[in-house]
Design a protein around this ligand. Sequence first.
Ligand code: ZN
Length: 711
Amino acid sequence: MRTFAALTLGALLPLSSPAQLSNIRGFPASAQPAERRLEQQAQSAASAAHIRAYWENMASEPHQAGSPRSRSVALYIAGLLREWGLDASVERFEALMPYPTVRQVEMIAPRRFTAALREPPVAEDPNSSDPHQLPTFNAYAASGDVTGEVVYANFGLPADYDWLDKHGISVKGKIVLTRYGKSWRGIKPKVAAEHGAIACLIYSDPHEDGYFEDDTYPKGPMRPDDGVQRGSVLDMPLYPGDPLSPGWASEKGARKLDRSEAKSLMTIPVLPLSYADAAPILEELTGPVVPRDWRGALAITYHAGPGASVVHIKTDYDWTTKPLFDVIATIPGSEEPDRWVLAGNHHDAWVNGADDPVSGSAALLETARSLAALKKQGWQPRRTIKICFWDGEEFGLLGSTEWAEKHQSELREKAVAYLNSDSTAKGWIHISGSHTLESFAAEVASSIQQPGTNQTLLEAAVHHPPSADTDDEPAAGKGEKPFSIGALGAGSDYVAFLDFLGIASMNEGFGGQTKSGIYHSVYDSIYWYEHFSDGTFADGEALSRFTATALLRLANAPVLPFEFTRFATTVEGYVSEIDKEAQQNNVRVNLSPLQHELDTLKENGTRFNNELEAALSKDTLDATRLAKLNDTLLRTERVLTRSEGLPNRSWYKHQIYAPGFYTGYGVKTIPGVREAVDSRNAPLARREVQVVDECLSELNRLVSAAVQQVQ
Ligand SMILES: [Zn+2]
C-alpha cells in the first residue's frame, strides 16, 4: 500500500530556525565535520545498479504474504544483510490471511453477463503471464452467496448516501457498486454495510486511473480495461494487524480470538472489478441520473439504480492462518545501545510489486549496505540502528504491527524514531510525519542532491515542475509558503509505531513525475516500472541516501533533533480548523485551553532552541546532562498518547494523529475532538478536549524540563 495523497510536501522555504541553531541540529559545531564526512561516505556508497539488482530479484515472481515466495524474499533479504556483515534475524509471526477459493460475479437481469475477474497477460510483459498470481480479490471480505438489485453509490463515502437518501434510494438489501478513489477502499463496504447493503463491488473507473488520464498499459502507464486493484478491506481504522490478536503478538501458540469475535473483519462480500467487468452492470442501471461529479469516464449515462441490473455474487476463502517473515538488521550502538533508531519498508506484494513495494524495499536494502560499508571500516553508531523489512503489509500492516506489539514495552522505552518508506517513483521527495521532526526532515533533505540537477532535494521539492498528474502551476509560481510536512494517516507500516506506541515517525518517498494505473495489479511489473517510473533508479538511489543520512543523524546526534515550535504552529492550525467546524455544526466546545497550551509550547520551544544553540556552540553538555536531556526528548512523542486510546478504538493511542474512522488512509488530526465535532457530539468533544489538553500540558512540562537540562 501507499498513500500518495498523504505524502504531500508543502512548498518549501529554507528554514530559519535550524540555520540559526547550527548546520546540523543536535551536533556541537566541533562534531559536525566528522558527521558530514560520515554522511558523505554513506551517500557515495549508494548505487542505482545495486538497487536494480535487488529489485529484479525480489520482483521477478509474485510474492504475496503467506506464500512460499514471500518467505524466499525474506530469506534473500536476510542473506544479503548477513553477507554485508550485519546481524540479521528473521522473526516469524502468523496471521489469518484468507486466500480466495470462490469468486463469482454475474448479472442475471435484465440480461446475462459473467464478469471475467481476471487480468489477461500482456505480450510485452512476461510477469503478467506468471501462473502464481493471486487472483483479484479484497482481503478479509466475507464469504457469501447473495443476489440483489444494484445501486451505484459513487465513491461510497458517507456524504454520497445523503444524495441517495434525498432521492429516496435505499441500499438496504441491495448490492452497492462504488468506484475506487477519494477514500481508502475499506471504508466503502464498511459504509455500505452500515446502510444495510448485502454486498459491495468496487471498480476502477477510467476517470480515476485509466484512459481519461493517459494512455493505458502497455502503451502508457494507466490502468487497462481489464486491470483490477486488489487490496485489503480489513477495518484498519479500528485496528491493523492480525484480526485475531488485537494488541498482542500473533505467534505460534499465542492466544487468538475466534473469527466470529474479530471486529476488524468485513461483514459483507466484497470484490474488486475492472471497468470492463463493471461497465455492463452500470449500463443497465435505471433510476435517476447521478450528479455530474458522480460520473466517470465510461461512454454511458450513469444512473443510480436500484435495478434494472440484478447481480449474483458468490465468494469464499480458505480462512487459514499463514506465516509472516519479518527481517530485522541491527547495528548496535556504542554509547547508547538501549536507544533505537528504526527504518522499515515492507517486502510482500499483491503480485510482483515492482513498484509496490519493491522499489522502496530495494532502496532500503541499499541503505543497509551503505551503513554496513561504514561498519566494516570500524564505525559504530552512538545509538542502535534497526533496519526492518516487513511481511504482510498489504493484508493489513500485519508484519510491522505484530512485531511492534511483541516488542511493545522495549520499544516504548528505547525507540527514538521510526522512518518508513514504501513504493517510490520519479519526481521529488515527499515527506509526512510527526511535526517535531519537521525541521529535521528539511535539514536532511537539504543535504542531499536531487538527481540530474545541482539543487538539493529540498530545493527541488520547492521549485519542481508541474506534477505529472495535475495541471498545477509550479509550486514556486504560487507564492512562497513556509516548509511543511503532511500528517500521517494509515497507508503503510508506520501506523503501529506512531499510533499505537507514540514513536515519532516519518514516511518518505519520491513522486510527482510518474503517472500510475497499475496499483495492486499484475501489471505492477518489471516492464511497467522500467518504462513508466524510475527505470534508471536515480531517484531510488536518492531515497536510499536520504534514509541513510537520516538514520546517521538520529543515531549519532549528541542531542536528539526534535523541535517544538513547528509542532505547536501546525497543531494550532488543526485547532482552528476544528473550531470552524464546531461553529458550523453548532457544537459548543471551548478549544481555548488547547490554544493556551500551544502558546506556551511556542514559548518553551523557542527558549529550548535558543538554549540548545548556546550549549552546542559552547560545547558545554557533558555525558550526564546529555543522558537526562535525551531521556526527556525521547518522551515528547510518547506523552501524546493515552493508554485508553481513542473513543471506540482503544488500539489507536495517539491523540494528535490517527487515520479517520470514515476516511481510512486519510488522516484525522486531533482525532478524538475532531470526530466528536464531526458527529455533533458536544459532551464527547468537551471530554476529548480535556484529554488533548492533558497531553499538551505534559509535553509542555517536558519541554520546560529540557530547557533546564540544556542550560
Ligand atoms: Zn506498499
